[in-house]
Write a protein that binds this ligand. Structure first.
Ligand code: BTN
Length: 240
């Protein structure tokens, strides 16, 4: 699959680089880095990652039809990473936490941040914890890495070559693969049957996750009434 990679030893944020340079770059350019001094997470959080241990990259999409799919493209990205971990690396208990976090058991191994300006460009930023051994400090959810889960060190260059081609292929074939995304997502849905709280129509609500519908909205049920969430932040309620 055709893509071009630009690699930096250090950068502030690969997403930010693409935002600032998208006009002069081609469709399907990937910017990767060993270290980000200002890695961005969702909801204005920081994405922390030790130097050289993990995979940090952003993919630029400028092709108009794809750009128009907007937020929907985070799903093929989550699908590709989860499937790659499960099928190429034989990792067990891989889940997708709606909309696009990848979990192994109950810990987060990968985060995805979509940014852009429709209809001009879209950036899919992905951070995957590969070889990091310690996660010191505060994290929004408990982090893990492939090394911590398997005890095996990942060869980052091999990992990224395989993942990048799978990702480009999923993105390019997004229309034909929609049913695959949906059925994979539904069978790896971390939130299914969990009691959660969420923010909708300017208020916090809670309910039980029923699953994901064919528009990839999260369906939550409370007292027989269903809400469909197209975007937002979900918190899992702690059992008393
Ligand atoms: C999340 O909060 O779960 C999303 C994290 C996304 C992190 C990646 S790392 C590569 C790219 N560059 C950034 O600054 N953020 C994304």
């Amino acid at each position: 699959m055709h893509y071009q990679e630009i690699h930096f030893a250090t950068i502030d944020s690969t997403n930010k680089y693409l935002k600032e340079n998208y006009a002069s770059l081609d469709d399907l350019v990937i910017v990767s880095s060993d270290y980000q001094s200002k890695g961005k997470g969702r909801n204005d959080r920081i994405w922390k990652s030790d130097n050289g241990d993990n995979l940090l990259f952003s993919l630029l999409i400028k092709e108009r039809d794809l750009v128009n799919l907007g937020g929907y493209l985070s799903l093929p990205a989550a699908y590709t990473v989860a499937k790659y971990l499960e099928e190429e690396l034989n990792i067990k208990d891989v889940y997708i936490k709606w909309p696009n976090d990848i979990y192994i058991k109950d810990k987060k191994v990968c985060g995805i941040l979509l940014e852009g300006q429709l209809p001009n460009y879209l950036i899919i930023g992905i951070g995957i914890n590969l070889n990091q051994k310690d996660f010191i400090g505060d994290y929004h959810v408990s982090p893990t890495s492939l090394f911590l889960e398997t005890g095996k060190k990942i060869e980052i260059n091999d990992f990224k070559k395989g993942l990048f081609s799978s990702l480009i292929s999923s993105i390019i074939n997004v229309d034909e693969l929609k049913e695959d995304f949906l059925s994979y997502y539904q069978s790896h849905d971390y939130l299914k049957d969990k009691e959660v709280s969420f923010y909708i129509d300017n208020e916090y609500k809670n309910g039980k996750v029923v699953g994901i519908d064919d528009k990839f909205a999260l369906i939550i049920e409370k007292d027989g009434k269903r809400s469909a969430l197209q975007s937002g932040e979900i918190t899992i309620k702690k059992e008393n």
